[in-house]
Ligand binder design. Structure first.
Ligand code: LLP
Length: 427
């Protein structure tokens, strides 16, 4: 695992996303392969994962974390497939799962259970059973009722437990606010902590510590530090109970922001981890659980233009994907950088790129060459996180394939769904 080539790929260069380059003819290459070759071989839409970019991001995260003795788990909700779990296995990293589906995915990859943490804001009976059967290393309890449900299970004694707290810290991009926490459904309220500890004691759980995740795409260290301090205060309350004197861990969540465009600043993760560590005594173990910072930059979604429309005040490019495979723009107003695969000297024209779903879906607006035409390919950057994992079958569109690109080769992590796949559960 290289530890000094940290920024070799995972960085925007000349307006191109990490891992992207143009060959002599001006064609976009992704992960070292010409994008039109990928489209020819796998068809479009398709999600490409550049393993070099992923490895760089992982190495950057892990070496920064190691420098401050901070443990790392990957938040599987960002993207989870057996191929990815297998890829993560040699790294010094755990995986967070938040459903039985995510758990079975890591099990299929034979990812060690001891390195898996089970999350979830409302866990099903099957998920609680999985924790008691030790199919995961730890469970993060999110409510008093969940603790009661755990306590009703045989074999819950000795289970490794973390309590998710609602610290009332809400992160916004560059700042945070300390609130009563009422706006967030997550975690156990501070006034319920004593009751939670009583329930944990009754069930004979091994309480490892406390957890709080405060937001996503955070661009500043301050909210993380404030969250760590709030967790430390609560940990002192835990230590006041003799049974839990050895609870030594705070998990400060994920949420580390990434650049979505060449001119966007990116959270300095190394500096952020240093700031968190500086706020926490050495005898307290600190952990983080990034999703986006690990996988977002490695992803590129490839589309083919189906039609160009010129209305009076706006040009549209309709592509063969939609909000079904690329939901973040519609859900969050997220803006993914869009690049044409074929280089062109034609004048750039403001273009709304829309999908083919039966909605006025806007995947993104970009300055694209005036000669962009049906058949051309467009690449959406930084789609590794929360794009495939949040994709749906809206309009009964099959979900795209996920292609892992490494060492000049391409391997399927997930094949394209067939129509049969889409119709599978129908009666
Ligand atoms: N830990 C917990 C408990 C979480 O709920 C999350 C994300 C993470 C870690 C990882 O956060 P990250 O490092 O990836 O920001 N769908 C939204 C993001 C939702 C994040 C949900 N929780 C989006 O596409 O922007």
């Amino acid at each position: 695992m290289p530890s000094s080539g940290l920024k070799s790929f995972a960085r925007w260069r000349d307006g191109l996303a990490p891992g992207h380059e143009r060959d002599a003819s001006g064609t976009l290459r992704i992960g070292g392969i010409a994008a039109h070759e990928l489209a020819q071989r796998f068809d479009t839409p398709a999600l490409c994962i550049d393993l070099r970019v992923l490895d760089d991001a992982l190495n950057a995260l892990l070496s920064a974390a190691r420098a401050h003795e901070i443990g790392v788990s990957y938040a599987g909700k960002a993207l989870l497939l057996p191929g990815l779990a297998r890829h993560l296995q040699p790294y010094d990293i755990g995986i967070d799962v938040s459903s039985l589906g995510e758990l079975v995915t890591v099990e299929r990859a034979a990812f060690p259970a001891a390195r898996v943490t089970l999350h979830g804001a409302g866990k099903s009976a099957a998920e609680l059973d999985a924790a008691c059967e030790r199919r995961v290393g730890r469970i993060v309890a999110d409510s008093l009722d969940e603790l009661r449900a755990l306590g009703n299970r045989t074999r819950c004694a000795g289970v490794e437990l973390l309590l998710r707290l609602n610290t009332g810290i809400e992160a916004h991009t560059h700042e945070f606010v300390r609130t009563a926490g009422d706006e967030s459904k997550f975690g156990i309220a501070p006034h319920e902590l004593d009751e939670a500890l009583a329930l944990a004691r009754e069930m004979g759980a091994r309480l490892r510590g406390l957890h709080a995740h405060i937001g996503s795409q955070i661009a500043d260290a301050a909210p993380f530090v404030a969250n760590a301090q709030a967790l430390l205060d609560a940990l002192a309350r835990v230590h006041a109970q003799a049974a839990f004197a050895d609870a030594d861990t705070i998990v400060v969540g994920g949420g580390f922001g990434v650049a979505m465009h060449a001119d966007e600043s990116e959270l300095d993760i190394a500096a952020t981890l240093a700031a968190i560590r500086a706020a926490v005594p050495a005898n307290v173990r600190v952990e983080i659980e990034p999703g986006r910072a690990a996988i977002a930059a490695a992803g590129t979604s490839l589309y083919r233009v189906l039609a160009i429309k010129r209305f009076e005040r706006r040009r549209y490019a309709i592509v063969d994907g939609s909000m079904a495979d690329n939901p973040r723009p519609a859900l969050y107003g997220a803006s993914h950088h869009i690049v044409p695969v074929r280089a062109s000297d034609a004048e750039p024209v403001a273009t709304m790129v829309s999908g083919r779903s039966c909605e006025n879906d806007r995947l993104g607006e970009a300055m694209l060459p005036a000669d962009l035409r049906a058949g051309d390919l467009l690449a959406f950057c930084t789609t590794g996180a929360y794009t495939y994992s949040m994709a749906s079958n809206y309009n009964r569109f099959p979900r795209p394939p996920v292609i892992a690109l490494g060492a000049g080769d391409a391997a399927l992590w997930a094949r394209r769904e067939s129509l049969e796949d889409v119709l599978r559960a129908d009666t």
